[in-house]
Design a protein around this ligand. Structure first.
Ligand code: NAD
Length: 364
C-alpha cells in the first residue's frame, strides 16, 4: 500500500497531512509513504526530515497513492488524477460539497470525511475538529491580544496601575476553552459563555467566570442546537447590557452543518466601548457577528471586528503534528499486513464515509 500526501494548495495553508513522525509509523506497518516534493516545508518539515519516505512530483503521488491523506479537500483536477479506486482521507468539507462528491464518483474513489467522526471516546484520538479547534482558539486569542489597544494583564508601574483587559469568549467548546486558557495565561480578566450547561464547570475550571444569560440549548452528540427566535432575543438582550463593560470578545459559536449563529448585532457592537475589539473565529462559516467580513478588518462605531480565516494554519507545525496523528489513528486499524481494508461494520468507518467505490454513501 502506498500512502501519499501533497503540498496543500489552498491560499495560506501551511499544514501537511503526513508528518515525519507519522511517516515513520506508517513505514513500520509496511506502508510506502510517497509525498510531493516540499509537502511539509511550510509546516517546518523539510523533505530531509522524513526518514524513509519517498518524494515525487504531485502527478506521480496522485497516480501511485492507494490512499491520499489531505488537510483540506484536494481540488477537482487533483481528484481526476488519482488512480481509480483510490481512497481519500481528510477534512473533505462534507456539508455542501456535492460537486466534489460527484468528482469522487467518476474515479470510483472511496472517501472518508473526518469531520463526520462521532464525538465518542474512541474517536477522540482521530478527532481533527477538536485538534484543529484547539489551535484555532489559541491563535484567535493571540491575534486579539496583538490587536487590542490595551494590555491584557494588570500592571503596577511607576506610571500608575494599568487595569487588566476584560475578555469575553462566546462559545466554550474546544476552541473557546483554549481561547479562555490563553487569555488567562496572558493575565486578562476572562469570562466564558455558552448555551450548553455543562460548559459552566469547564469555564470555571480554567479560572474564568461563567456568564449566565439564562438560555440553555444542549443538542445531541455533545453539540449545541440552534436557538429559537425567542431564545435568541433573550440571549441578545442579556448580552447587550453586559457587553458595555467588555474590551475584547472572541466568538467561537457553531452548530454542526448550519451557518454560524448570529449572536452580535450591529446595535450591540455600537453599544460597546470605543477601542473594543471582536475576533470572530466563526468568520469562515458566516460569522457570529453581523458585521464580520471573512478575512477582513471592519471598523464600526469605534469597534474593530476581525474575521481571520484558517487559524490552524497559523501554527502549522503543531497543528500538523496533531492532524497527522489523527489521520494515522484513523487509518491504522484499516491496515492489515500492509494492505488497506476498511471495515464498514466499524461505526467510525461507516459514519465518515462519503463515497464508497464512487457510490455516494449516506448515513442514517
Ligand atoms: P462547535 O464547534 O460545534 O461549537 C462551539 C461552541 O459553540 C459549542 O460549545 C456550542 O455549544 C457553542 N454554541 C453554539 N451555539 C451557540 C449560541 N447560540 N450561543 C453560545 N454558544 C453557542 O463545538 P465543539 O467545540 O466542536 O464541541 C462541542 C463539545 O463537544 C465539546 O466542548 C466537547 O464537550 C464535546 N466533544 C466531545 C468529543 C469526544 O468525546 N470525542 C470530542 C470533541 C468535542
Amino acid at each position: 500500500t502506498t500512502v501519499g500526501a501533497l503540498r496543500e494548495v489552498a491560499a495560506g495553508e501551511r499544514r501537511v497531512a503526513i508528518t515525519p513522525e507519522v511517516a515513520k509509523k506508517l513505514a513500520g506497518h509496511g506502508v510506502r509513504v510517497l509525498l510531493e516534493h516540499g509537502a511539509g516545508v511550510a509546516a517546518g518539515f523539510p523533505d530531509r526530515a522524513y526518514a524513509g519516505a519517498e518524494f515525487a512530483p504531485a502527478s506521480q503521488v496522485l497516480a501511485q497513492a492507494d490512499l491520499l491523506a489531505c488537510v483540506l479537500p484536494p481540488d477537482e483536477a487533483a481528484l481526476a488524477q488519482l488512480r481509480e479506486g483510490a481512497t481519500v482521507v481528510g477534512q473533505l468539507r462534507p456539508h455542501g460539497a456535492a460537486a466534489r462528491i460527484v468528482a469522487l464518483g467518476k474515479r470510483k474513489l472511496t472517501a472518508f470525511a473526518l469531520e463526520l467522526l462521532p464525538r465518542t471516546t474512541r474517536a477522540q484520538a482521530m478527532d481533527v475538529l477538536s485538534s484543529q479547534a484547539a489551535v484555532a482558539g489559541y491563535r484567535a486569542m493571540l491575534i486579539a491580544a496583538e490587536a487590542c489597544p490595551k494590555f491584557f494583564p494588570m500592571l503596577t508601574t511607576a506610571a500608575g496601575t494599568i487595569r487588566p483587559s476584560r475578555v469575553l469568549v462566546i462559545g466554550a467548546g474546544v476552541a473557546g476553552l483554549q481561547a479562555i486558557a490563553t487569555a488567562r495565561r496572558l493575565g486578562a480578566q476572562t469570562e466564558g459563555y455558552d448555551v450548553r450547561p455543562e460548559t459552566r464547570e469547564q469555564v470555571q475550571s480554567l479560572g474564568a467566570r461563567f456568564l449566565d444569560l439564562g438560555v440553555s440549548a444542549a443538542g445531541s452528540g455533545g453539540y449545541a442546537r440552534e436557538l429559537s427566535a425567542q431564545e435568541r432575543d433573550a440571549q441578545q438582550r442579556a448580552l447587550a447590557e453586559h457587553l458595555k463593560t467588555v474590551d475584547v470578545i472572541v466568538t467561537t459559536a457553531a452548530v454542526p452543518g448550519r451557518p454560524a449563529p448570529k449572536i452580535l448585532s450591529a446595535a450591540m457592537v455600537e453599544g460597546m466601548k470605543p477601542g473594543a475589539l471582536i475576533v470572530d473565529l466563526a468568520a469562515e462559516s458566516g460569522g457570529n457577528c453581523e458585521l464580520t467580513r471573512p478575512g477582513e478588518r471592519v471598523e464600526h462605531a469605534g469597534v474593530v471586528v476581525l474575521g481571520p480565516l484558517n487559524l490552524p494554519a497559523g501554527a502549522p507545525q503543531h497543528a500538523s503534528e496533531m492532524y497527522a496523528r489523527n489521520v494515522y489513528n484513523f487509518i491504522e486499524p484499516m491496515l492489515k499486513d500492509g494492505t488497506l481494508e476498511p471495515d464498514f461494520r466499524d461505526e467510525l468507518v461507516e459514519r465518515t464515509c462519503v463515497s464508497r467505490g464512487g457510490e455516494p454513501h449516506f448515513h442514517s
